[in-house]
Design a protein. Structure first.
Length: 424
């Protein structure tokens, strides 16, 4: 089967059959995914139908060898570039020996997987600090890119050195502090009064649904097979432990349309949550009828000590043209999937990975967009994200705009939750 796959990819096959063939092979022979991928890089480096998602099944120990092989072909193969980007998500340390081989200036910088620097500490610090200095042929974008890579290490001392360097060379002198804060937010941090504040938990808990929660996929979309992807297959889903509830309605009403609010996620067993959520309200809601469709993308809700929820909207009521149904309600389980899935890219996941998750770095569809608490004006902490594709009680499938994702935030000091979404 391996030779058949490589032959079809080399011949330029791009139909659903070749995709499903790769998936079937990966499910049956995960230990041979490395051999298959290296064969593709050797014989079909320009193919467009290599199914990147199968690398999520490859033994994590194989990433070091595959990353080294893909780096050799990085400049000449889009497949190699995709593999390196996925390596940066799955096992960034597999790329750390090669950081200095990446060209960080000019147009070539756009192909660089910035997450490759995650956890690298000071390995590439000296080069990046030098690149931040003004000089002939070095643009502001080049210098800002180097600064961003230093922050991407997530190493607080390296980040302090980068901030000091940015001040010394007046990197953001014309732009003020906004670019600095935006870069920091991109790695889930804020910096004030000489200390860092984390904006998201490092631990990731994927939402595990009952096995019959999602309807059968329509054949027109191919077999988006949830029976093999590790972020979907988290345990025996017929025995879901009730860590949380998703979907349905709550008693409180939207102040725009006066209809009941939609439950997005409610934590019912807080013992499974990391310490990061100790002051987080238990329930996240929104109005699917009004959010985004009334020109308001950010919704905020105040939570009382008794659990009551108030929609923080002060405008005039609006009569909706269409009343949206609710997500199918269900008990769900929150499962620790470990560091391999700590960061997921929304576009690279391409509907194959489970992006319904609590904690970790948000899988932004667009740019980084942490909400500000309307009471204290502090940046809110990220709690969870709800992807498109959930089934609705009326039989439809929910989409956040055009296959986007919804992001849930909280301010523990003010007992306020915030909801926004991004789409393509």
């Amino acid at each position: 089967m391996l030779k058949e796959i490589v032959s079809k990819l080399k011949a330029g096959s791009s139909n659903l059959d070749i995709r499903d063939l790769q998936i079937d092979f990966a499910k049956m022979h995960p230990e041979q995914i490395l051999k298959l991928t290296i064969s593709v890089l050797d014989e079909a480096p320009l193919c467009r139908a290599f199914e990147l998602s199968i690398l999520g099944l490859m033994p994590i120990s194989d990433w070091d060898l595959l990353a080294a092989y893909a780096i050799k072909k990085f400049q000449v193969s889009e497949v190699a570039q995709e593999i390196v980007s996925f390596a940066a998500l799955q096992k960034p340390d597999s790329l750390h020996p090669y950081l200095e081989t990446f060209i960080l200036t000019g147009n070539e910088a756009w192909t660089i997987p910035t997450l490759a620097w995650r956890g690298s500490g000071s390995l590439d610090k000296d080069r990046l600090l030098r690149l931040m200095e003004p000089g002939d042929g070095t643009t502001f974008l080049d210098r800002a890119f180097a600064f961003g890579l230093l922050l991407e290490t997530r190493d607080q001392q390296v980040i302090l050195d980068a901030i000091a360097k940015a001040a010394a060379v007046e990197l953001f002198a014309e732009q003020g502090t906004a670019p600095l804060q935006l870069h920091l937010n991109g790695v889930g941090l804020e910096f004030a009064d000489g200390s860092f504040r984390k904006l998201h938990s490092d631990e990731v808990l994927h939402i595990a649904f009952p096995e019959d929660y999602f309807p059968e996929e329509e054949s027109a979309f191919g077999t988006r097979d949830k029976t093999y992807q590790p972020t979907w297959q988290l345990q025996d889903r017929s025995l879901i432990r009730a860590d949380a509830i998703i979907g349905g309605l709550v008693e409180e009403r939207c102040k725009i349309c006066s209809n009941q609010l939609h439950r997005l996620l409610e934590f019912t067993d807080r013992a499974v949550l990391p310490e990061f959520y100790r002051d987080c309200p238990s329930t996240f809601v929104t109005c699917l009828t009004c959010q985004g469709k009334t020109g308001i993308w950010e919704f905020f809700f105040a939570h009382s000590q008794t659990g009551a929820i108030e929609h923080m909207y002060e405008g005039e009521p609006i009569v909706p043209e269409l009343l949206e149904s609710a997500f199918v309600p269900s008990e769900v389980q929150l499962v620790d999937t470990g560091p391999r899935w700590a960061i997921q890219d929304h576009s690279l996941s391409n509907s194959w990975e489970n992006l319904h998750r609590v904690g970790g770095s948000p899988s932004w569809v667009q740019d980084c967009e942490y909400l500000k608490c309307p009471r204290c004006l502090q940046t809110m902490k990220f709690a969870a994200q709800i992807d498109s594709g959930l089934p609705m009680e009326d039989g439809s499938e929910w989409m956040w705009g055009d296959s986007g994702a919804c992001y849930l935030f909280f301010c523990g000091d003010c007992s306020v939750t915030g909801v926004t979404y991004q789409c393509y």
